[in-house]
Design a protein around this ligand. Structure first.
Ligand SMILES: *[C@@H]1O[C@H](CO)[C@@H](O)[C@H](O)[C@H]1NC(C)=O
Ligand SMILES: *[C@@H]1O[C@H](CO)[C@@H](O)[C@H](O)[C@H]1NC(C)=O
Ligand SMILES: *[C@@H]1O[C@H](CO)[C@@H](O)[C@H](O)[C@H]1NC(C)=O
Ligand SMILES: *[C@@H]1O[C@H](CO)[C@@H](O)[C@H](O)[C@H]1NC(C)=O
Ligand SMILES: *[C@@H]1O[C@H](CO)[C@@H](O)[C@H](O)[C@H]1NC(C)=O
Length: 395
């Protein structure tokens, strides 16, 4: 019957709690209603859940948790529950948009994944309940996944505390069967967690970010932070074409600030940047310190531009215009080699030395970013400010 406790733990999934026994008193903790509209994203990239609670197991009466959930993000931790201080644990998360559940108990690790992709930006009703030795996940009232685990170990259930967490896990991420990018840009509402009415503990965000009422896919920059990639982690130079193509599409007509910038790690100088000024409606292509205003009205619904990086020159082009500039000779024998070795490519601003801040931040939505034809996910950035929503833009 060892599973029962795990299942109960799972069901309690609504909140992340530190068991009272080992509760670290944190004066900055906030109390949150688990039934409200909850934004799990816009936090530092971390395994720490957004919110948690712990409750006496003996007082748990319901074996069901349910909630509505909305995201465009393909990957992240949703709901976690454990007993025995993490000895028995359960987690529900998304990978490639598909729900996946894992149970860890002693040396045994069980994982099951399947069903429809849930990252379509629509609200879905999720329900978790236990049926004997099984944990069952229902999506929009259909049974989607069931996972069973039976252990011969004696069960000391109904003792101690159950902990619940949202948006992260309370055991080491090394316990997971496969690595996971934990931060989920998603929202939860109408949650009923093991029928508990307890308030959850939450670490307040630096900046309060609520859920956008309506969303579309894209990356939203609030104008207070950026995302930075090490180019050695990005698609590399095509040996035949000998160039890098970065394509950005945006439908934000009010977009203002620096959209992207490329910076050398050695000289700390900005090699190129693309900005938009909303007052003039002009795009500004800056190479080294030379500024080239792009003489084109960008007031169409969708702006799409390419930045093309050649060995010693860079170009900006849209359907109608193109502007090419040579890099200062001597700076780079080949900027493409520097790209492969590692430069800083930032979206939403110009990075500063600390690598976690910048200037000339952008406000607006980038619908899609492609590098060498590959779609870029801001969750893979080396640094992403908490104000950047990697997978959702307000509409
Ligand atoms: C849930 O809790 C409410 C009171 O908080 C109670 O009336 C109801 O019977 C409980 N439901 C279950 C299934 O335990
Ligand atoms: C983005 O722009 C590229 C190049 O113009 C285009 O091929 C692609 O379809 C666009 N993607 C979206 C989602 O609009
Ligand atoms: C656009 O950005 C520039 C500098 O980045 C700033 O001076 C200007 O006020 C911004 N305009 C709007 C409309 O936000
Ligand atoms: C590109 O040029 C065409 C034909 O001159 C024009 O109709 C269109 O509006 C231009 N597009 C942009 C983005 O300026
Ligand atoms: C970028 O990646 C390269 C190669 O992996 C590494 O040497 C360099 O330290 C990285 N730079 C930063 C700022 O992370």
């Amino acid at each position: 019957m060892g599973l029962t406790r795990v299942v109960l733990g799972v069901l309690a999934l609504v909140t992340l709690c530190v068991p009272l026994g080992s509760l670290v008193v944190d004066a900055v903790m906030e109390k949150i209603d688990g039934g409200g509209l909850i934004n799990l994203g816009n936090r530092e990239r971390t395994w720490t859940p957004y919110m948690s609670l712990s409750h006496l197991l003996s007082e748990i009466e319901s074996i069901t948790s349910y909630f509505s959930f909305r995201t465009f993000d393909p990957e992240g931790a949703l709901f976690y529950g454990d007993t025995d201080n993490g000895e028995d644990w359960f987690v529900l998360f998304l990978r490639d948009g598909v729900p996946e559940m894992q149970i860890g108990k002693g040396d045994v690790l069980v994982s099951v994944a399947g069903g429809h992709k849930l990252n379509d930006g629509l609200w879905h009703k999720l329900e978790l309940h236990s049926e004997g030795k099984f944990v069952v996940l229902k999506v929009d009232d259909h049974r989607e996944l069931a996972m069973g685990l039976h252990s011969h170990e004696p069960d000391t259930s109904k003792e101690g505390y159950i902990r619940l967490a949202l948006g992260g896990i309370l055991v080491s991420e090394k316990k997971l069967l496969l690595p996971l990018n934990p931060l989920l840009d998603g929202c939860v509402k109408g949650g009923r967690w093991l029928n508990l009415s307890t308030l959850w503990d939450s670490t307040p965000r630096k900046t309060a970010m609520s859920c956008f009422p309506n969303i579309k896919a894209g990356s939203f920059f609030a104008g207070t932070g950026l995302a930075i990639f090490n180019t050695s982690d990005l698609p590399g130079v095509d040996p035949k074409e000998e160039r890098i193509i970065i394509t950005v599409n945006t439908s934000s007509t009010t977009l203002n600030g620096t959209i992207l910038s490329l910076r050398s790690l050695q000289s700390h100088s900005t090699v190129l940047s693309v900005a938009k000024d909303t007052n003039s409606g002009m795009m500004i292509f800056k190479v080294n310190t030379e500024t080239t205003p792009i003489n084109e009205k960008f007031d169409e619904d969708l702006i799409s531009f390419n930045v093309i990086i050649h060995k010693t020159s860079v170009a900006f082009e849209t359907k109608n215009v193109s502007s090419e500039s040579h890099l200062r000779s001597g700076d780079y024998s080949s900027i493409l080699a520097a790209w492969n070795e590692g430069m800083l490519l930032a979206f939403g601003g110009v990075p500063e030395d600390g690598l976690d801040s910048g200037s000339d931040y952008m406000e607006g939505c980038l619908d899609t970013i492609f590098i060498q034809g590959q779609k870029i996910d801001l969750d893979q950035a080396s640094f992403k400010d908490a104000s950047v929503s990697s997978h959702s833009c307000p509409v």
